[in-house]
Design a protein around this ligand. Sequence first.
Ligand code: UTP
Length: 294
Amino acid sequence: MTRVRKAVLPVAGLGTRILPAAKTTPKNLLNVFDRPILAHVVAEGRAAGIEHFIFVVGRGQGAIEDYFDRAYELETELAAKGRTEVLEAVRADLLQPGQMSFVRQMSPLGLGHAVWCARDLIGDEPFAVMLPDMLMDARPPALAQAIAAHDAVGGNIVVVEPAPPGETHKYGIVSLGETATGFDGRLAVMTGMVEKPPPGTEPSNLFISGRYILQPQIFGALATHEKGAGGEIQLTDAMLHLLETQRFHALQYEGVTYDCGDPVGLLRANVAYALKHPALGAEARQAVARFFEA
Ligand code: UTP
């Protein structure tokens, strides 16, 4: 079985749900407590064994490249001032030389198109897709859970989770077949998926969240540039094509997801990550509690 070494992180969307906050700052560099959303997601990828991060970017997103690179002036100043802890925190997020690539999407034609832009950098091996506005707080990390499923059953893996009651019509919902052994009933053959099913017609309550392991043949399905829902080139449409010839499994991961592409989701993530912060959690708890004092 080929190991999953590379991850595609599409960050070129317009982020309309979180404008104007994301007008001049790339959405994925908005903050979740002590670091950008994207730094949390890259940390998840590294913990899952990803060796190469491929960012699909748009115009004006150069700050993403800079975030994961050395900042000599800043680091020199911090070292000169003896700010060792801060310096270590800054350096902890750096990627290693050769560990990151950037590819331009030019126009935000849809998630499927963004993933297709990474085709030459992926080549002929299975790879991960991490939607960086979906922050998935899990141990082991969500992507590590997906890779473990891939190690067990191969093929393509889609991470899913239960939609809030009555909200399946807002999501891409999967239909499931036989359950695989060894994952407490959380890994099952995926037989289909449907975008935003009308209430009452949903095949399950599980929606596709933000992590995938895909086989490189997906690029063939994406190359047709067929437009789907919302006039965008959708990854789910290409997955449906691939489902005709390849196996897909859906993994119900164990963890909590925050949709940071939405102002309230971003707020929830900020509160959750503040409360669990090892050094600042207690102070954060007091600060939050004060809002509810009479
Ligand atoms: P979303 O639909 O959640 O992001 O796409 P968006 O389009 O930026 O946000 P809204 O809906 O307008 O608020 C999921 C991921 O795919 C990326 C986005 O950046 C996001 O991380 N994406 C989407 C691209 O890279 N290119 C696209 O053309 C579309």
